[in-house]
Ligand binder design. Structure first.
Ligand code: ATP
Ligand code: MG
Ligand code: FE
Length: 344
């Protein structure tokens, strides 16, 4: 099927078009620069930016794919989770286009879309698979046995998301927002073993109760303490070493627990999605550790890991192919949509 996907849950206005597993267009407008000076996404600013960007981004996606709205078989849109006002812009636009062009509409889960996008890179996802979902607002391990109908959470962060930890640590180091890309770059020049930062929820007693859960707030605090001590002593901050050591702590825990989940469930496929999946060390370490157990790692190219419309189209395409019924035209946006609901 030819499916168009609309994403407006945060600060990216994304419209993607796919045919089956083939990516035809991935148009994006971002308001990230407007938020940078606030050190985080400002909801009102994001909503207004979506409103301004949605129609031109739609036109660009259709032009890039060389199709018209009449050719589209279905429209998928992120219904949640995300910023309420931002989601409403995408959902309202999707309804307008669906009504005008008489197309079915699918209100989908942004997090499931972060997993589904890998099909554009590597084809159909073998099920069951384990998914490591690591983004700005979420960090979870999921059992994916039927992506069209639901996923089973195995564990999640009990405090900060992995991406949030990158963003907060970048701020401590004087690096720009969002913090993932500059930390990834700085870490390449640093020593990942320079500073022994804590690995949250990996002590034997924590593993008993939180085997597949994550915790990154203690790590963030440890980095803050370390940085403060240096500053109090009037010493220069070894930014590259701190970045590399912090990044290693995050990637060590994420990959160890993801592979433990695969082995515990006897599953040979690990798919990694969400903005943090763009991290070069996470990708390398996951590959390296998975190989030892014959586990296949699937991670899409970095541009497909961060928010985009193609991921929404990919999930929509999967739903259409699986025969899932479309949503009602009055579908709601749900800023707190749970991970267990794939489409509304
Ligand atoms: P969610 O998907 O939970 O709603 P979101 O949509 O805001 O959150 P994404 O766009 O999926 O988040 O991911 C953004 C996050 O990914 C940010 O926290 C950013 O710092 C992080 N990120 C992006 N690139 C990298 C990278 N190379 N290394 C580490 N983190 C990265
Ligand atoms: Mg973003
Ligand atoms: Fe996201």
């Amino acid at each position: 099927p030819l499916v168009l996907g609309i994403e407006t849950s945060c600060d990216e206005t994304g419209i993607g078009i796919v045919r089956g597993h083939t990516l035809l267009a991935d148009a994006i407008a971002s308001s990230v620069d407007e938020h940078a000076r606030f050190g985080g996404v400002v909801p009102e600013v994001a909503s207004r930016a979506h409103l301004e960007a949605i129609v031109p981004t739609m036109q660009r996606a259709l032009d890039d794919a060389g199709v018209s709205l009449a050719d589209i078989d279905a429209i998928a849109v992120t219904a949640g989770p995300g910023l309420a006002g931002a989601l409403l812009v995408g959902v309202a636009a999707a309804k307008g286009y669906a009504l005008a062009a008489e197309k079915p509409i699918y209100g989908v889960n942004h997090l499931a879309a972060h997993v589904a996008v890998d099909t554009l890179e590597h084809g159909a996802l073998p099920e069951p698979a384990i998914a490591l979902l690591v983004s700005g607002g979420h960090s979870s391990l999921l059992l994916v046995d039927d992506l069209a109908h639901g996923v089973t959470p195995l564990g999640a962060t009990i405090d900060d998301a992995a991406g949030e930890a990158f963003d907060k640590v970048a701020r401590l180091l004087g690096l720009p927002f969002p913090g993932g890309p500059p930390i990834d770059r700085a870490a390449r020049e640093g020593d990942p073993e320079a500073i022994a930062f804590p690995r949250g929820l990996t002590a034997p007693k924590d593993l008993a109760a939180h085997r597949f859960d994550f915790s990154f707030s203690g790590l963030k605090t440890a980095v803050a303490r370390w940085v403060e001590a240096r500053q109090r002593a009037g010493e220069a901050l070894p930014v590259a070493d701190v970045a590399a050591s912090f990044q290693e702590a995050v990637c060590d825990v994420l990959t160890a627990k993801a592979i433990d989940a695969c082995r515990a469930q006897g599953i040979g496929t690990l798919v990694i999605g969400g903005g943090v999946a763009a991290n070069s060390r996470l990708r390398a370490l996951a590959e390296q550790r998975a190989e030892k157990y014959g586990i296949q790692v699937r991670v899409p190219r970095p541009k497909l890991c961060t928010d985009n419309g193609a991921m929404v189209a990919a999930l929509g395409s999967h739903l259409v192919a699986a025969g899932v019924a479309p949503s009602r035209l009055d579908l709601p946006a749900d800023s707190a949509m749970p991970l267990t609901i794939v489409s509304v």
